[in-house]
Design a protein around this ligand. Structure first.
Ligand SMILES: *Cc1c(COP(=O)(O)O)cnc(C)c1O
Length: 343
């Protein structure tokens, strides 16, 4: 199969129309068979549920080429299950987990020419999402839905090495107590846009959101979970019902314990204990781990001993082990790497 003529190493993180996408429709209480199509445009009623009451949720994962030439993706079953959880919370019909995984595989296979080659640092970003399509004007769930998966090639997240970033403590919340912080709903992102634009204008890379009830505990950023390393080498990750359960974070917890022999704590993390940690990072599908050098809490700077030049040593080990597993250099736990094509 001939690859697309793309300068893979210089791709950014933007949308580019690929050849094929998967589309399935829900009507009269059931999903149709779905199909792979070349139609990249969606035409909907002006009154569709997604436009009126934001009935939509999404997922994000990546396909990439391993050193031995296989096209794989990472734990797609967890994306399928998380999307099922999101749909239940938003009164949307679940797209069955096994069909979700099959559809991801199908759409990646169809777009094999768009999967970046090994060593380029680029990946094929996969975006499954669902929306209410039938007209809704009284407040209630839509009756019809569309589930789509498109793909788009994206460049290496860090060009020229992972430089530590600076985060500020946000004055706004991203989630409410007992709200929707734990699901991947578009609405959570809409309400974070004001804050991220403001943070960038003021020279910060990201916002740290606190627990919405007491504002004393660390939650996450707009799109990534936190990891912390203690001075004695433990991995600590914040626990809360309003944090989105990152698949990268859950995988790193296993890597730390099973591959690196580290102690792992998944617990509440107080804002007031941040200065006790040796290293800090953000984790998510896009970057795997972004090192955090500094957190600014209303003028008060918390600088991690790992500094602003490099990823901390333990964070780096975690990063290298997880990406080694993803790229097929290290043996993966059962079921983590889903082989889509053997070349
Ligand atoms: C998607 C997302 C993450 C990262 O999850 P991964 O499964 O690791 O990609 C973290 N926080 C929020 C709010 C998210 O939407």
């Amino acid at each position: 199969m001939e690859k697309k003529d793309i300068d893979w190493s210089n791709l950014g993180f933007g949308y580019q129309v690929a050849d094929y996408r998967f589309v399935a429709n829900y009507k009269d209480g059931k999903w149709d068979d779905g199909e792979i199509t070349t139609e990249a445009t969606v035409t909907l009623s002006e009154c569709a549920g997604v436009f009126q009451y934001a009935q939509t949720c999404f997922e994000g994962l990546k396909a990439y080429t391993t050193e031995d030439g296989k096209i794989v993706c990472f734990r797609p079953d967890l994306n399928a299950q998380r999307m099922a959880d999101s749909c239940e919370r938003l009164k949307m019909p679940v797209f069955p987990v096994d069909r979700f995984v099959k559809a991801v595989e199908e759409v990646v296979k169809a777009n094999a020419a768009w999967v970046p080659p090994f060593g380029s640092g680029a990946t094929l970003y996969i975006r499954p999402y669902m929306m209410g399509t039938s007209p809704v004007i009284g407040v209630k769930p839509a009756e019809e839905y569309q589930f789509r998966i498109f793909v788009t090639p994206v460049g290496p997240y860090f060009k020229g090495g992972a430089k530590p970033i600076t985060i500020r403590v946000s004055d706004y919340d991203r989630a409410a107590p007992h709200g929707t912080g734990h699901i991947k709903a578009g609405l959570n992102y809409a309400m974070s846009l004001y804050q991220i634009v403001d943070a960038h204008e003021k020279g910060f890379d990201e916002n740290m959101y606190l627990d919405p009830a007491t504002r004393t505990k660390v939650e996450e950023t707009g799109g990534a979970n936190f990891i912390f390393i203690t001075k004695d080498g433990k991995l600590v990750t914040p626990k809360s019902d309003s944090i989105l359960p990152s698949i990268t974070r859950r995988s790193l917890m296993v890597v730390a314990e099973k591959y690196l022999g580290m102690e792992v704590e998944h617990r509440e993390v107080l804002l007031s204990e941040l200065s006790d940690f040796a290293e800090c990072g953000l984790c998510g599908t896009a970057a795997v781990i972004s090192p955090v050098g500094k957190i600014v809490d209303h003028g008060k700077e918390i600088c991690f001993p790992s500094g602003m030049d490099d990823m901390g040593p333990v964070t780096k080990k975690l990063y290298e082990t997880l990406t080694g597993i993803q790229m097929g250099k290290l043996e993966a736990p059962e079921g983590w790497v889903d082989v889509i094509m053997e070349e």
